[in-house]
Each structure stands twice: as structure tokens, then as C-alpha cells.
Write a protein that binds this ligand. Sequence first.
Ligand code: PMP
Length: 285
Amino acid sequence: MSRIAYVNGLYLPHAEAGVHIEDRGFQFADGVYEVCEILGGHLVDETRHIDRLLRSLGELRMAMPMSRAALGVVMREVVRRNRVRDGVVYVQVTRGVARRDFLFPAGVAPTLVVTARPADRAKTEMTAATGISVITLPENRWERVDIKTVGLLPNCLAKEAAKAAGAREAWYVDRDGFITEGGSSNAWIVSAGGALITRPAEFGILRGITRTVTLEVARRLNLTVEERPFAREEAYAAVEAFGTSASLGVMPVVRLDGRVVGDGKPGRAARALRAEFHKVAEIAP
Ligand code: PMP
């Protein structure tokens, strides 16, 4: 079955889907995106993802190509046409096509691309059952990582470095020695006292949707949460660590820079948060 992509009003086979060579997403990474989980054919946390898309667009003075209701229809249609039960739907909006110039073009229609792809749920659950390895790297991204732009080259480099070190994810460390977030996930640790610790989302990190929902799950489980920066050394000494992202959910971290975290197995808090997550997340009809 050929994969179908939505591009500016058309549903096309991937091989025929494309954007112009002077699309500003291609030339300047002048675009934003969202990745939304699909569970049993349903969109997970659609409202929060579209809210964040609108915020990203607003921060870059970019226009929303269609109403949020219409976008919801397109996302569902792409999921349906690709027959995705479990996986992700990807939404990208760029400023559009214009002669290459740094200044924002006037009167240009934004480009909208929506794709969907299945994920191997059983494989992800197996990964979560063993946990992943993470390395740390110096933070080298711009200050506006709160905007979900497609300018992800530092993230690609970080993940390449992780892979070369036999790890799955890289956590960035800021100049003061505090963990910011992962290349495609938010970072969490659990203290010896059992408190969940994660960096506040005011600046320096993306306000992950999975992070937001996990905070709510933690509240419902009566777990103590401390939203504060934590240093790499504190993470080394943590009893648990985990990451959160829409594509992998709550993902236990069992090694950090080659050191065993806790007892080297997925921790109790991470497992409980993962198990409860979809009871709290918004599952669209
Ligand atoms: N931080 C970064 C840099 C990311 O790319 C992602 C994944 N999109 C996240 C955090 C997690 O965000 P979410 O839970 O919304 O997927």
C-alpha cells in the first residue's frame, strides 16, 4: 500500500508529493511542526498539539493555513488513508514559497504538509521494558527552543552522537551544568526521596505535551513533583531517570553517560506513569 501525504490541499502518494525548491522551510528552516501520537486510530492530545502549533506560528508571525477544525479533518484523513492504527501523524507548516530573501515575504500562502506513519507498538513496549541509554552533550541550540521549528540539525547531530556511543537519546547540558532536555524528549529524574524532578518549561526547553500530561498523571498518582533545573551530577545520583515524548511516551532511562541509573532497571515511577498515561491524555473520538 502506498503512503499518502497531504500537501496544500491534495492527498498524494509520497513519490509524487513535494514542495517547491524555494519553499522557506527548505531554504531557511522557516517552519514549525507537530508530532501527534495515534493510538488505536485515535489522535492523542490533539487539542494540546494544535494549541502549541498555533503558539509556534504566532511566535514566528506565521499564518495558520486553515482553521483548526479543518486541520483536524485533514489529520484524520491522512491517518485513515494510511490505515495507521498505532503510530504518529506529522504536521508541518512553513512560511511558504518565495524568492530567496532573508526578509519575510508578503502575501505568501503558508505550506502545509501532513503525513502519518505506523509505529511498532510491541517494539516500543519492549524498549520501555528494558529502558534506554542516554548520553549528555553541551547545549548548542538557539534560545528559542520553546518554538517547535524544523531547524533540527543540532538535534540530528546529538542523536548521531548518541548512536555512536551506543545510546538512544542525548540530553543537553547548559553552561551551568544543568540538563535542559533531550534531542527529541523532555528529561526527568527521580530523587532518593521519591520526588519527580523536571526543568520548568518557561524557557530553554520545549514545553512537551507528554511532559504536561505526565505532570497531571503524577498529580493523580500523588507523586511529588519539583519543577526545577537539575544538574548532570544530580541525574547521575538519581534513583530513576526517564524521558517523555509523543512518539515514545514515558521512556525509562537506565544508563546515563555509561553509568547505571538506580538499579539499572526501569524505575517504579516511570513504569507507573507510562501505564497510566493514556488514561489521562485526551483521546480524540
Ligand atoms: N523536546 C524536544 C526538543 C522535542 O523534539 C520533543 C519531541 N517533539 C520533546 C521535547 C517532547 O515533546 P512532546 O512530548 O510534545 O512530543
